[in-house]
Design a protein around this ligand. Structure first.
Ligand code: SAH
Length: 220
């Protein structure tokens, strides 16, 4: 069993985390609830040991298997947009990766379902989430483009990989009043999008330019 790497010194200390949060605030993150949660979660537990000292820098880090861990700013921004200033209960995440975004969502929601298509990553994420005692998370190995109809409707859906179009099943699984946040586009032409479901239909807003790995169908 892996012991949690929560040494209270140096680059992994509470002080380093506070500096990360101050930086996120200066970069424009406004939701103090999100910042409070990111101040508490030990992000270095989610990255490979060799990279732990860089866990609080605002950079995307390699995750293995050609995937990347989203930067703290991206996680904060997507979470802030998914909340839209409101509390949410049931959340679906597509692209668990290392599980850090999952852990942030888990502190804000009652229940978080997260789907990952790479088998090796899902077991890694399970270990990390156990280390931070995120007990309200349910991880599933599968193709997230199909969503999770058995757990729908969701108050928020967060997609951590770039889609060229919004997967139809996910739109259906978004509850009325809910918000979906996803990078839309491909290659260097991607924008963070927020899709809100109202009683009348869907509203889409295009926001910041971003760079994510592509959403892929099937499993590996
Ligand atoms: N939030 C994660 C992001 C990881 S990168 C983190 O910070 O660690 C994006 C992840 O999406 C990768 O792990 C990739 O395997 C996964 N992914 C891509 N397409 C997917 C799909 N259709 N279903 C589920 N996961 C997918």
């Amino acid at each position: 069993m892996n012991a949690p790497r929560n040494s209270g010194v140096g680059m992994t200390s509470q002080r380093t985390r506070q500096r990360m949060v101050e930086r996120l605030r200066s970069l424009g993150i406004r939701d103090e609830t999100v910042l409070g949660v990111m101040n508490e979660i030990p992000r270095h537990i989610f990255v490979d040991e060799a990279l732990a000292s860089r866990a609080y820098e605002d950079i995307a880090l390699p995750l293995g298997f050609g995937q990347t861990i989203s930067s703290p700013y991206t996680v904060a921004r997507m979470t802030e947009l998914a909340r839209g200033g409101n509390a949410f209960k049931k959340v679906l995440e597509i692209g668990t990766g290392c599980g850090y975004q999952t852990a942030v969502l888990a502190r804000l929601a009652t229940e978080v379902h997260s789907i990952e298509r790479l088998a090796q990553l899902i077991s890694k994420a399970r270990r990390h989430l156990r280390d931070v005692r995120a007990i309200n998370t349910r991880l599933r190995y599968g193709d997230g483009m199909q969503g999770m109809p058995q757990a729908a409707p969701f108050d928020a859906i967060v997609i951590s990989a770039a889609a060229t179009h919004v997967p139809e099943p996910l739109l259906e699984q978004l509850g009325v009043g809910g918000r979906m946040v996803l990078p839309l586009g491909s290659g260097e032409e991607q924008r963070l999008c927020v899709i809100e479901r109202t009683a009348q239909g869907y509203n889409e807003r295009r926001m910041d330019a971003v760079r994510f790995v592509p959403l892929r169908s099937g499993t590996e």
